[in-house]
Design a protein around this ligand. Structure first.
Ligand code: ZN
Length: 252
């Protein structure tokens, strides 16, 4: 019996894939708000923790969309690029996406009413929830942030210069997370959604949309794995402040 347990632990240690229903996160949202934009984890490594997620890239170079094992960058110039495995992320949240629920949403929904509809379907606000919605959008408004140079300014000073794009009649995927309120300071409490079009030419951080319906997939996660940066940059940030007002500003 002892021998069997030993083998099991060895297998776990040798496996870098996160266990089931685990949201893996690189750095914290407050560190990002404070300007910690140095890439911390390669996409190659990040993809070992998930096949689905959102984040940003080294030097805050655009919005990250990880979908079906591929990582895309939505740049501030409005272009989308498939990213190489060696690219790095200063902040990211990923899961191995496995839907627990696949309800069909039919009504005309905006970003706000979409979130209310998801809340009704997944009422436990104290768990992390991965959200994937494949649909057609009569309207889609996204933003992306421009690449920064050092010394990095705080995120609230970058977002006034964000690029905003509006599209009509586009099909694609809205994906991201709903985080519990107790995740404040670590991740974004509530919804944080990104978008990428089916033809992989449009995307970014979702500001608003209108959809006539599509396929919703929800994956509840009750495990959380956080990877904090070891770099000097992280040690110099004051993370004792409450940055919730700044977060509210940058999310809009
Ligand atoms: Zn975002």
């Amino acid at each position: 019996m002892k021998k069997r347990i030993g083998i099991f632990l060895l297998l776990l240690a040798g496996c870098s894939t996160a266990p089931k229903n685990t949201l893996t996160q690189v750095s914290t949202i407050d560190a990002l708000l404070a300007g910690a934009y140095d890439g911390q984890m390669t996409l190659n490594k990040l993809l070992k923790y998930g096949d689905f997620g959102i984040g940003t890239f080294d030097a805050l170079d655009g919005e990250m969309i990880m979908l079906d094992h591929q990582v895309y960058q939505a740049r501030a110039d409005g272009t989308i690029h498939l990213m190489p495995a060696k690219a790095t992320a200063p902040f990211a949240s990923v899961v191995n996406f496995k839907a627990d629920m696949t309800p069909r949403l039919k009504d005309m929904l905006t970003a706000k009413t979409f979130q209310s509809a998801v809340d009704e379907l997944a009422p436990n606000q104290n768990l992390f929830l991965a959200v994937r919605f494949d649909g057609c959008f009569t309207f889609m408004k996204v933003r992306s942030v421009p690449k920064q140079g050092k010394p990095y300014p705080p995120l609230a000073e970058v977002t006034p210069h964000q690029a905003v794009f509006e599209y009509t009649g586009v099909s694609g995927t809205v994906l991201g997370f709903r985080c519990p309120s107790f995740a404040k300071g670590i991740n974004v409490p509530g919804y944080h959604l990104h978008f990428i079009s089916d033809d992989k030419t449009k995307g970014g951080h979702v500001i608003d949309f209108t959809t006539g319906g599509g396929n919703l997939q929800l994956d509840t996660c009750n495990r959380f794995y956080m990877v904090l940066p070891e770099q000097d940059q992280f040690s110099k940030i004051d993370l004792s402040q409450d940055r919730s007002k700044e977060l509210e500003k940058v999310e809009k």
